[in-house]
Ligand binder design. Structure first.
Ligand code: ADP
Ligand code: PMV
Ligand code: MG
Length: 338
């Protein structure tokens, strides 16, 4: 039995624009998906994902004769739910050159689903890591990140950047621009996350931005402007001491850029009333800045505030179901209980 875990992330800035080759800076945060993998005697896959919506599910499928899952739910629902794990298992089988390997897979996660915190990437990264280790063929982090990206790319029909999977694998703050992925030094920023209890459909939201960008030159310019915000932000981070507490000046400037980024994401149609209300609640509580994180549509916002004010205000905001501080996770994927 092998257990691996990988963190979720928040976007300091750059989501959506990163899909079109602009840079982005996601930061891994200390909320993890943990995947337990046990090799089986046969070639079937059994998945237990108790945190999934629909009150969780357990499903067994695969094998050469019967590839149908043995549960009675619509195929589309099941595909959506098992897609990422399926893709992770396929990557692990391919990497270990074990096309018929079967597994019992158990997923536990404290990352809300589809809420912009990269739950899919964390599940895929931890899943591939655990499955390849279980097969005696562990991957180095570069290959793991690359295979996790390919898994997400496949499930999301080609609408995926390397950002989430690279960040979840490596931990810390990272910078993504096309295929160029690197870790960057960043101080421990005081992230506060607000969660509206909802979710957005990443594929649909990305497709919406793509359509706008093709229809309007100014939407394409908006995407480029998000890139400009990221370039400005990363210059600020590069000048900061990664070991020191971030200065008030740095937080003020990063916050302004986050506010700007949120405005542009809103213009691109990926915010929502609940996300906007949480963003405004955070700003009014004195946060340095606030924006949606991830695909949008519903889910989470991220704000910068070293005090408790933003968390408290968010908890009193009707649209906010849960608010918590998210510490930077510098570790990335790890083996549990070894
Ligand atoms: N705990 C979990 N157990 C099983 N699958 C999960 C879990 N968390 C996430 N997933 C998979 O990831 C999908 C959500 O990913 P996505 O829509 O990209 O949102 P995000 O990455 O922003 O959380 C879920 O529909 C599910 O397939
Ligand atoms: C919108 C996008 O930039 C980020 C999506 O993040 P999440 O899956 O909502 O956590 C898409 C991508 O980069 O693959
Ligand atoms: Mg995702």
């Amino acid at each position: 039995m092998t257990v691996s875990s990988a963190p979720g992330k928040v976007y300091l800035f750059g989501e959506h624009a990163v899909v079109y080759g602009e840079p982005a800076v996601p930061c891994a945060v200390e909320r993890r998906a943990t995947v337990t993998v046990e090799a089986r005697e046969d070639d079937r896959i059994r998945v237990e994902a108790s945190d999934l919506s629909l009150d969780g599910f357990t499903v067994e499928y695969g094998g050469t004769t019967d590839r149908r899952p043995d549960v009675d739910v619509p195929a589309s629902l099941l595909d959506a739910a098992t897609g990422y794990i399926d893709a992770a298992v396929e990557q692990a089988r391919d990497a270990a050159d074990a096309p018929d390997a079967g597994f019992d897979v158990t997923i536990e996660s404290d990352i809300p689903l589809g809420a912009g915190l990269g739950s899919s990437a964390a599940v895929v990264v931890a899943g591939i890591d655990a499955a390849t280790r279980e097969l005696g063929a562990p991957l180095d982090r570069e290959e793991l990140a690359d295979r996790a990206y390919r898994a997400e790319y496949e499930v999301q029909d080609g609408e995926a950047s390397r950002a989430d999977t690279f960040c979840s694998t490596m931990g810390g703050a990272v910078r993504i621009e096309g295929d160029d992925c690197r870790r960057i030094d960043a101080p421990n920023l005081p992230f506060v996350v607000g969660f509206d209890g909802g979710a957005g459909d990443t594929g649909e939201l990305v497709a919406g931005v793509r359509a706008l960008r093709e229809e309007y030159g100014f939407a394409a310019d908006t995407v480029e402007s998000i890139g400009d915000i990221v370039r400005r932000g990363e210059a600020l981070l590069a000048d900061a001491d990664p070991e020191a507490t971030p200065t008030e000046g740095l937080l003020t400037e990063l916050g302004r850029l986050m506010d700007f980024d949120h405005g542009l994401l809103e213009a691109l149609g990926v915010s929502s009333r609940t996300l906007d209300n949480m963003v405004w609640a955070a700003r009014e509580a004195g946060a340095h800045g606030a924006k949606l994180t991830g695909a949008g549509g519903g889910g989470c916002i991220v704000a910068l505030d070293e005090t408790q004010e933003t968390s408290t205000a968010l908890r009193y905001t009707a649209e906010c179901e849960n608010a918590f501080r998210a510490e930077l996770d510098r570790e990335g994927v790890r083996v549990e209980g070894a």
